[in-house]
Design a protein around this ligand. Sequence first.
Ligand SMILES: [Zn+2]
Length: 502
Amino acid sequence: MRIAVAGIMHESNTFNPQPTPLEAFRVQRGAELLSWWRDSPHEVGGFIAGAQKFGYEIFSTLMAQATPGGPVTGDAFERLTRELQERLARAPRLDGLLLALHGAMVSEDHADADGELLRRLRARFGPDFPLVVTHDYHANIAQRVVDLSTVLIIYKTYPHLDHRERGLQAASLIARTIRGEIRPVQALVKPPMLLNIVRQNTNLPPMDGVMAAARALEAEPAVLAASVAGGYQYADVPELGPAAVVVTDGAPALARDAAGQLADHLWAIRERLHFKLPDVAQAVRQAGASERRPVILVDMGDNIGGGSSGDSTFILHELLRQGLSGWVVVLADPEAAAACARAGVGAALRLAVGGKRYRLHGEPVEVSGRVKCLHDGRYEESEVRHDGQRYHDQGLSALLEMDGPPAEIASYLLLTSRRQTPFSLGQLLSVGLQPARQRVLVVKAAIAWRAAYEAIAGEIIEVDSPGVTAVNPAHFRYFRAPALWGLPASADSDEVKYDKPH
Ligand SMILES: [Zn+2]
């Protein structure tokens, strides 16, 4: 039994004006794919581990992944898709394909780029070829993705910590399908609502209950997989919103009923999704008054994992204005990092940082300090974290110790050359910081950072900061999204009707 392994993954923020080009993707091919991903907690690691466990041989093709950002350029989508097709065409006879897709990829030409890729693959392999797909929890799922895949499996956790488990589940189901032991059929049901990212944490109510229901369904013998996607609100696409997908063994009515049950469960929690977060000035004031440390200020509007630039200056500006000390802010600013490198360790300098990518993220801020450390930006994470990655590279990085009145603990600005999601404490530890000792840590994220930071957090303050990942959808104008409960752009959001398909 020979199974191809592949992945093209991107979460595309349609409100981010900077498209994602081919160069933004890190791509592993053939043997390199296997060595890169084998020991990672990622679903591709699960696909690879499945070979031995479920008795198949792997044909390794390509795995391409970029940090979330603006829509993928038409050129990048075409070139990656073409290369994958060419590699598959060179394979000896294949019995199936395991494919890792994010589920929220938008290209300049395709609002449902994942579906377009699947359409091309299905056209090549025909309707009966086993094609098992995995998705991130932040997927906006199109009906055609469910129609075109043999099995669709979605992460069950946010922060995402079950990638590898889902990869192994996909591996098991494809091997059993090829052996003729099961005949998967699946159904998709989407309640017409927005599930705001602020309430998507699967460890907390109300989503913990929904995920428990999915797990309970999956424990039933005829159910092969039961998944819930939270959806991805930063994409103005027709498929915006959460979804339930259930796969059964040859029982289409059961798949529809069970997916309907999970969708009902989502619909029933909508009144528990309301929230009110402090704005930047209020949040910094709260952090300054807190006795606990470190206080984590969550910069929701500049959530790098949600496709933001990582250089927003609103919170930095406010920390300086209110005169707090003992803070750490990380900014993606290659020009500033390079200026620090030119100046050298120990040099004192004054420079303008951040706010350089697009207008939504504030103005550059003038800072002065001393270069404490320079680093090549590479670090390794040995624990299971949200992104399933082991090897990290934030590019040439500079740690600047800020000037200011004498304080018990200094404030630091970490300037990186690449946007780096704060999903590993390695980001700070690698430059010699001791994050648990600082008074305030700013994370440019929403929920995912918690897997790494929650254990050291004294207090957590989620901030309603501006930016391309602002949590209030009223900040954006949606044109292609359908009418959804909770989406202010939808006329009479409270009147959205749920026409139950079951
Ligand atoms: Zn995600």
